[in-house]
Write a protein that binds this ligand. Structure first.
Ligand code: NAP
Length: 514
């Protein structure tokens, strides 16, 4: 059962720490004020990123700061920029502690006798991979007498983000654990769910101190940081790339509007069935993660079906050979769906004022023979439409047509088009090549219904011309929105807040244009 978002915040808060990466101390001091205004809990001053890290700068930097300050001076050997004398570096940190820094971050490889006095974050960084002997490393850090333990390692998949979350969950003392890079991003957002001492964010996009760091604005507005707690359910989008996916914005806004305690995160899994399988095994091995559902996008839709199993999806998804939605049961069971075909079919049928069965006997032309075309051809054929596939690479059209009992034509044979419904499933007309259209304008007069699956931009050249020619138009945004609405329903068994999701989608699309 899904719980509602907690009204009160938890007693033990995870600090949202803004890393300040300015090249001069005055700008860094101004950055502190900006971080406070944006609602950070702490700042980290990265002295190694200053042009001239000098103890003389510290009194002004650390005098009456608006937020508690962590002072870090990362040496080059640990991925930082300080390449000077080690004694000078440690003296700088000691002086920062003396001047009132809340914490100083000292690397684990500094011998205990040389560690400056002060409240210590004892840190270990690995920019190559997750350390092999992670448990042993943590035991060593934990028993070293520091106030906070920090471990950060390069992620090779989101399973490394789960490894960081496990560290936090099992921590015996205040701990920061981060999987760096885009594939480990979830570890930064979920730090609060698993009770981390803190997580780091950038003051603005482009000012990241480490790979994969999000901006404080993204943490708060996109991922609703303050609302994340121990009971928060986790959902995410698996794909490659996923950095520019609109799904986190849409689903996080939907969860918030519906009062559901859940967060939706990007989960970049590199191409390859093995990578997908490794990630899903890690998820199933971590029932404590709270991961309840996944959206799946290119290139993992086929891998997702293979892993979820043909017996756990509907017949049409099985025939398509791909799914884009997974629900994880608390007992480790998996169910999969293809909401792409369902969303496309319903968007079309609703616009035409018919039921899915009403497609029987209607002539439809599908332009394209890729993944989207496959889902739509399968659905149209399933409901009895007469389908002709037009594709640039004719052999692909022939292959797809043979599988679903459709006809095949090359894309340059569109002059013979005779269909009630035309559906563009090519990427022609997609941002940024918005002046292109897959269908010559003069042919539109023959076509009563035009559906363009391209959703960026929302109004494609094809749809604009189709509207001018008096066609009934179905927009790709309608399909996109419906597949997200369906996912929300499948995961939560609750009606999706449709208008909120539509508004966020349209906002995101208009931002991506600028
Ligand atoms: P895909 O598997 O890569 O297929 C791309 C298709 O476009 C192929 O048929 C390809 O023809 C054709 N194509 C590409 N460039 C072309 C060109 N310059 N001229 C003619 N044909 C060209 O991609 P997909 O996943 O099917 O996606 C296709 C479109 O569907 C995208 O625009 C995507 O945004 C849209 N889509 C929308 C939704 C939604 O929710 N609205 C969901 C999924 C996909 P060849 O076979 O000759 O290469």
């Amino acid at each position: 059962m899904l719980s509602c978002r907690p009204v009160a915040t938890r007693a033990i808060e995870t600090a949202l720490i803004v890393s300040l990466t300015h090249p001069d101390a005055r700008a860094m001091r101004a950055g502190m004020a900006a971080a406070a205004r944006q609602g950070a809990d702490m700042v980290e001053c990265r002295l190694d990123l200053l042009e001239r890290p000098d103890p003389a700068l510290l009194p002004a930097l650390l005098k009456d700061p608006p937020l508690p300050v962590i002072v870090t001076c990362r040496p080059a050997r640990q991925g930082g920029r300080f390449s000077g004398d080690e004694a000078r570096r440690l003296a700088l940190l000691a002086e920062a502690a003396r001047l009132g820094a809340a914490y100083i971050d000292v690397e684990e490889d500094v011998p205990p006798a040389r560690r400056p006095p002060g409240r210590l974050i004892l840190s270990h960084h690995d920019f190559a991979s997750r350390p092999r002997e992670l448990d042993r490393l943590l035991a060593r850090l934990t028993s070293a007498g520091a106030d906070v333990v920090k471990v950060a390692f390069a992620a090779s998949g989101p399973e490394d983000a789960l490894a960081a979350c496990r560290i936090l969950r099992e921590a015996k003392k205040p701990t920061i654990a981060l999987a760096m890079g885009e594939t480990g991003l979830a570890s930064r957002i979920l730090a609060r769910k698993f009770g981390a001492f803190g997580t780091y964010a950038a003051l603005a996009s482009g000012a990241e101190a480490a790979p994969g760091q999000l901006s404080i604005t993204e943490m708060k507005r996109l991922y609703h940081w303050e609302a994340i707690g121990p009971e928060t359910a986790v959902y995410g989008v698996v794909g490659c790339p996923v950095a520019h996916s609109m799904s986190p914005a849409i689903h996080n806004a939907a969860f918030a509007a519906a009062g559901i305690d859940a967060v939706y995160v990007p989960l970049r899994v590199e191409p390859g069935a093995d990578n997908f399988r490794r990630f899903l095994e890690a998820v199933l091995d971590a029932p404590w993660s709270g991961l309840r559902g996944l959206s799946v996008t290119i290139p993992h839709k086929e891998n997702a079906l293979a892993r979820v199993g043909a017996g756990n999806v509907d017949e049409l998804s099985r025939r398509i050979g791909a799914i884009n939605t997974i629900r994880l049961g608390s007992d480790g069971t998996l169910r999969g769906w293809n909401t792409d075909y369902a969303a496309a079919t319903d968007a079309l049928c609703e616009a035409m004022g018919i039921s899915r069965e009403g497609l029987a006997g209607r002539k439809a032309a599908v332009l394209g023979a890729g993944g989207a075309a496959r889902a739509i051809v399968a659905a149209l054929a399933h409901y009895g439409a007469e389908v002709t596939i037009y594709n640039r690479t004719f052999a692909r059209a022939e292959k797809l047509a043979a599988e679903f009992g459709a006809a095949a034509r090359p894309l340059d044979a569109l002059e013979d088009l005779a269909a009630e419904i035309v559906i563009n499933c090519t990427s022609v007309g997609m941002h940024p090549r918005v002046e292109e259209s897959p269908l010559p304008e003069r042919l539109l007069r023959r076509v009563p219904v035009v559906f363009d699956t391209v959703y960026n931009p929302p109004q494609t050249r094809l749809l604009r011309q189709a509207g001018e020619a008096g066609c009934l138009c179905v927009a790709g945004t309608e399909m996109f929105l419906r597949q997200a609405l369906m996912q929300f329903g499948l995961w939560t068994s609750r009606p999706a807040p449709r208008e909120v999701m539509r508004r966020v989608l349209m906002e995101r699309l208009s931002e991506s244009k600028s």
